[in-house]
Design a binder for this molecule. Structure first.
Ligand SMILES: [Zn+2]
Length: 410
């Protein structure tokens, strides 16, 4: 029932063609970051921590360990293999009820010219300033707030390979989520301040097509053209997209053939499928299987067509809307209590929300401060968004933890 109500709301917004962003009641909130937290943000933004930069990541980690321990947390540093590490902070005596999730790595390598923090008016630019060093500073700021009750019931987990798919840290993240009901992923909010309430699942496939080589001028009739077959298959596979349902099928790469004067005997395609519902994936995979097994290029002299195989290259489960519904309802209530309207929407890209949703935890992704230019040399944060997020998340965290505390008393 709840899901149906959500769908109605989303459809209505879609129909009228707008996703309202955050609207603030006039001047209800301060328009800046407290100088202590801003300095700490500047310090960690100025340290390169591109995925794989073990030295930079260690430097950022040691600064954060110091800050979290100053708040009473105990540090666990978990080896994730291949120099990757997951940081986890807990109060050893308390059962955590909320998981704060973040990543220390950025997409910016050491050689990138974009390396430093710059503040102009109410805009701060810098590598990772929203994705997601700003989110990590927001976590600390929130946990240090005097008005936060039950800080001990928050567990914080920070990985360092998110930007390359969390392949090393994924299993550890899932272990850290066990027995915790709610999880906030401090990725930046979307451009209009919306949070992410649904992530598509992703599947990558490789389709190999085999034909028969022959001299293109001397005896082309003895050839079976795999490149031509691949082109028919591309057209059919691409037609499976239904973006209005959040289902996209993209042929991203094509390779094939050896020389212009040889009938092409081998071609391959890679395919990216993004889906909201598992049933959609199942259906598309069945349709691709039909396309694979049928040969459109057929040599009647040889009584032979092309042959094709499919291999799976990668897969990532989705974060379905069922994984966020309950927390999103609480989030909206808490936002309105501090004079903010919060909206949510589904996106086609992935985050650690995808990796965590199968654990059954209720999630919300994109609760961090926002701005724009993510993953580019123009990444920036609007300081107003930081103040909004702080007020809202303080209210939300208190609501969840106070409710949990009351239930425990009963
Ligand atoms: Zn991120």
């Amino acid at each position: 029932m709840k899901i149906r109500k959500m769908a109605w709301y989303r459809w209505l917004l879609l129909l009228i063609g707008l996703w309202p962003g955050l609207t603030l009641e006039a001047q209800a909130l301060p328009n800046s970051i407290n100088s202590k937290w801003e300095s700490l943000l500047e310090e960690i933004v100025n340290i390169n921590s591109g995925t794989g930069n073990a030295v930079g990541l260690d430097r950022v980690r040691s600064i954060l360990i110091h800050e979290f321990e100053a708040l009473g947390y105990t540090t666990s540093l978990i080896n994730a293999g291949d120099q990757n590490k997951v940081l986890s902070f807990d109060f050893p005596t308390a059962q955590p009820e909320i998981l704060f999730v973040g990543h220390l790595d950025t997409v910016f390598e050491k050689e990138n010219p974009f390396q430093s923090f710059t503040k102009i008016g109410t805009t701060i630019s810098g590598p990772g300033v929203i994705d997601m060093k700003g989110g990590i500073i927001l976590m600390l700021n929130l946990l240090a707030a005097e008005s936060l009750d039950h800080r001990s019931k928050v567990r914080i987990v920070l990985n360092d390979d998110e930007e390359t798919g969390s392949t090393h840290s994924r299993a550890i993240l899932r272990q850290q989520a066990v027995k915790i009901k709610y999880g906030l992923v401090f990725e930046p909010g979307l451009g209009d301040g919306s949070v992410v309430t649904e992530h598509s699942g992703v599947r990558w496939l490789k389709l190999n097509v085999y034909g028969r080589a022959a001299h293109a001028g001397l005896e082309p009739e003895k050839g079976i053209n795999a490149c031509l077959e691949a082109s028919y298959k591309i057209a059919k596979i691409s037609a499976l997209s239904e973006p209005e349902r959040g289902l996209t099928v993209n042929v991203g790469t094509i390779e094939g053939g050896a020389k212009p004067n040889i009938v092409c005997d081998q071609a391959s395609l890679t395919i990216d499928i993004r889906y909201r519902k598992l049933a959609d994936l199942t259906e598309v995979l069945a349709q691709i299987e039909t396309i694979r097994s049928h040969s459109s290029v057929f040599n009647y002299l040889l009584n032979e067509g092309t042959k094709s195989t499919i291999e799976s290259l990668a897969e990532l489960p989705g974060m379905p809307i069922e994984s966020t519904y309950e927390l999103f309802e609480l989030a909206k209530q808490s936002a309105s209590a501090v004079g903010i309207e919060i909206t949510g929407r589904g996106v086609g890209y992935a985050s650690d929300g995808n990796n965590l949703s199968e654990t059954g935890i209720q999630l919300l992704v994109g609760v961090g401060p926002y701005g724009g230019g993510m993953h580019t040399n123009k990444e920036f944060m609007l300081t107003q968004s930081y103040a909004e997020r702080l007020a809202w998340l303080l209210e939300l965290t208190n609501n969840i933890l106070t409710k949990g505390a009351k239930q425990n008393e009963k």
